[in-house]
Design a protein around this ligand. Sequence first.
Ligand code: NAP
Length: 288
Amino acid sequence: MTVILKGADTASAIRNNLTEAIHAYHLTPCLAVVRVGCKDSDLAYEKGLASTCAKTGIELKVFELPETIEETAFEDAFQKINQDPAIHGILLFRPLPSHLDEKRITQLIDPSKDVDCMNPVNLAKLFMGDTDGFAPCTAEAVIRILDHEGVSLNGAKAVVIGRSLVIGKPLSILLLSRNATVTCCHSRTRDLAGECRGADILISACGAANLVDETIAKGLDASCTAIDVGVNFVDGKMCGDFDFDAVSHYAGKVTPVPGGVGAVTNTVLAAHVVLAACRMAGYPDVKL
Ligand code: NAP
């Protein structure tokens, strides 16, 4: 019988730790959201974030900038937020409008406030195993679920499908740093089903509905934990990359979409804001 891993369980355990830390260290953590324009997808994510911040005790400040803003005006506004000592974390919604130099802007963010790992400094820290930085939230959310569910990473055969800079690559590095043996697959992988066969941990982060189908699923067994990061819409209905019925028939544990990784991602962001506040208040060794 497959166990369905609900992201809400992991998220709630993380939130409890955050609330305790906020009280124990007398913190007033604050997250700044910088949004250019009013895209529906940004507003939807912001709404979820506002709810997580309210439940946790984090102040949320939204800076909405006009879509027509010029580069210099944007950088001035961004630097004010960057330098405000009352702000501990910054989330910038991307992609930015094409007239803004996104590469330059992501390098402006103070790495100690870069709670979603935009600045290459934090990516470099991740690759170097330096835990002073912040990992990309979705990649870390996967690790948090595995840890919360007691899945052992040490020596595990982990297969990650997807190699983007925000999920697949950093997740592969996080798994490797926890002593998993990692195979990272992508659109040019020759024999995807063969690579996935016998995985202890299978993660798909592609954005391709039904990519992990019956052919791949039948190579999994009850010792496999399968995590679906993908978000797709088929006939208006949200789904992941898994053929959920097939994967849950073979794998022992599986995350659903919706209700899996997505439910943990913004709680990890909240954890990074509290961690940043701890570090700025002089508690650098706190683990959350
Ligand atoms: P991305 O930048 O488009 O990367 C997708 C990756 O999947 C690429 O490496 C691509 O390979 C690989 N891929 C695509 N089709 C494939 C196929 N048929 N076979 C094998 N590999 C394939 O996407 P992303 O930003 O990493 O996001 C991935 C998914 O996660 C999306 O569905 C996104 O909506 C979702 N997401 C979820 C959350 C959450 O909290 N749950 C958060 C963010 C994103 P190549 O490199 O060879 O092109």
